[in-house]
Design a protein around this ligand. Structure first.
Ligand code: ARG
Length: 564
């Protein structure tokens, strides 16, 4: 039931010639304070139409409007404030959740359309950083949101597995590396080699030349170069997959930059056909002055292709493979310019779908005030962060609930979930710093708080000995504490829609925090387990909260342990 719709209809019945139903629906507001009812209708528009005083119109109109969903109305100045019939609405909402379970809030407007979503995309031979964590978890949450509104997301890990850095790495490996060391600790060792290369290259310029040479070899399919590249790539992927496994995230495609190696001539040909390439100091570029952007680099003077070239090939490939109506790129805001250039070049190529490419930027993340820089080897290893968080979760469980079964498993769910939730809690564009201690708190605006609230609600149901509810029952609730919870449940479909419209998982995270704290207020004030005529309805409310909190967490990529 869409109660805004019902109220709009009730108003419309009284004035069908003057205002359209949709106009009325649009005018409806949420009162600033709950004392002023649940829905407010301002009469300014009507006042203009009738050339009358708005307060007078509100007075005249209020008594005429009625509907089973409206309990009462009150006129405050130019506003008519409606109080909904709590019993009717709560019964309706609880039945919907009982019937639809985790599908509550699902929408179909995506029409199953495929939406490529470029996410995670770490660079081979480097550790996955906290920055890539952001792309991974934001991308994952957005994919879940896309599914929830009916699209088919295609999760693409556009691995950074091609580029001049591999030439550098091979140079360093040949000079200072050994097979044994790489095998023992691949990422650490490859990172060490990368760091050495940059240190030494500051004094010895010939190293850069050697690096370029190795990359040329790789691009030309030289056997040794390709074997080394493949080996570095396999080892790195194994490490990344450990993290994805802990986050419980899977990809539909691992087509990274290297995948486009044989698809780049076509890009260059297309650009030539459109007379877009100019040569500047030996490099091939696309001038983007008319977009107020720097030129896009397509080929270096030595013929090597670039990040941009591969992204152009990838954009074409995705359009042809997935026939998308939108194509998303979850990448840090420091690459905003790159994506503006990408779109501009596609526009110059007359692809009207360039407009369907959306860069979804996010802010920078630091840990304990430290910025991350791979070059200098100062990098926060994601796995270490997850380990630390899991340990903190375990410590808290030991203190609070030492007899909990499956402690190890639950602390992993809580620790990892805490890091993920923290990342998604704030508007994605915000920069933020974090310390593990604050992230894994069981109180405050944290993932563990939501998980803990839900686990408590589950234990209430266990105590009551109920686990399922009959959708044909009646679940009418009348008190104000339940009402606040019901309103949040009622808003759920709309919350999902807003998260989709804004590509903003924090809207879901905030909904879960709000629902958790509102539920805790309800539980502190309403006696759920006591014998009472509303007992079944109260339990149904508890149940509905466990379902919706679980779904909120699932969308965010956070697990919901039943006990903790
Ligand atoms: N590997 C890149 C980096 O770590 C991110 C790639 C993003 N995706 C893309 N299609 N450009 O900076």
């Amino acid at each position: 039931m869409d109660y805004k719709q019902l109220i709009a209809e009730a108003i419309h019945n009284e004035m069908n010639e003057h205002l359209e139903l949709n106009e009325i629906k649009h005018l409806l507001e949420k009162p600033k304070h709950t004392d002023y009812g649940d829905v407010a209708f301002p009469t300014f528009q009507l006042a203009k139409l009738f050339r009358q005083n708005p307060a007078q119109i509100a007075q005249d109109l209020a008594s005429k409007i009625n509907s089973p969903i409206i309990k009462s109305s009150q006129v405050v100045g130019p506003y008519i404030n409606f109080f909904l019939n709590k019993e009717t609405v709560s019964n309706d909402i609880l039945k919907q959740v009982i019937e639809q379970k985790e599908n509550y809030g699902n929408q179909t407007f995506g029409n199953k359309g495929q939406v490529p979503i470029d996410m995670s995309s770490p660079n081979i031979a480097k550790p996955m950083s906290m920055g890539h964590l952001r792309s991974t978890v934001i991308g994952n949450a957005l994919s879940n949101i896309l599914t929830k509104v009916g699209f088919t997301p295609i999760r693409i890990n556009h691995l950074g597995d091609w580029g001049t850095q591999f030439g550098k790495l091979m140079t360093a490996y040949k000079k200072w590396g050994s097979e044994e060391d790489v095998k023992a600790e691949p990422i650490k060792e490859l990172l060490r080699l990368y760091v050495i290369f940059h240190e030494k290259a500051e004094e010895d310029e010939s190293l850069e030349d050697e690096g370029r040479l190795w990359f040329r070899k790789l691009e030309n399919g030289d056997e040794e170069a390709v074997a080394l590249w493949k080996w570095f790539r396999d080892e790195s992927l194994k490490e990344f997959e450990k993290v994805y496994k802990r986050l419980d995230i899977e990809f539909d495609s691992y087509n990274g930059e290297a995948f486009y190696n044989d698809k780049m001539d076509r890009v260059v040909d297309l650009l030539n056909q459109h007379n877009l390439l100019t040569v500047d100091q030996g490099a091939h570029i696309v001038n983007l002055d008319k977009y107020d952007l720097n030129p896009a680099l397509i080929k270096k003077s030595d013929g090597a292709t670039l990040y941009m070239t591969r992204d152009l090939a990838a954009a074409l490939f995705r359009k042809e493979t997935y026939d998308f109506s939108q194509s998303l790129y979850v990448v840090g805001q420091e690459q905003s310019n790159h994506f503006k250039q990408l779109k501009a070049v596609l526009k110059e190529l007359n692809f009207d779908w360039a407009e369907d490419i959306h860069h979804i930027p996010f802010g920078l993340i630091t840990k304990d005030g430290k910025k991350l820089s791979t070059r200098k080897g100062k990098v926060v290893l994601l796995e270490e962060v997850l380990d630390e968080a899991t340990q903190q979760a375990l410590d808290q469980i030991e203190a609070k609930n030492p007899n909990l079964p499956n402690k190890e498993r639950v602390s992993e769910q809580v620790g990892v979930g805490a890091v993920v939730f923290h990342d998604l809690r704030n508007d994605r564009l915000n920069n933020f710093d974090f310390t593990i201690e604050e992230v894994v708190q069981f109180e405050g605006e944290t993932g563990p708080y939501v998980q803990y609230t839900r686990a408590r609600a589950m234990s209430i149901l266990r105590k009551a000995g109920v686990s399922s509810f009959d959708a044909s029952g009646t679940y009418a609730l009348s008190d104000d504490y339940s009402w606040e919870v019901i309103k949040l449940l009622q808003e759920y479909p709309n919350t999902i829609k807003r998260a989709y419209d804004n590509f903003e998982p924090s809207i879901i995270a905030k909904h879960s925090l709000h629902l958790a704290s509102t539920f805790n207020k309800f539980y502190a004030n309403v006696r759920v387990l006591d014998e009472h005529e509303e007992k079944d309805a109260r339990l149904a409310l508890v149940y509905a909260v466990t379902e919706v909190l679980k779904e909120d967490l699932r969308i965010l990529g956070v697990q919901a342990p039943d006990e903790m």
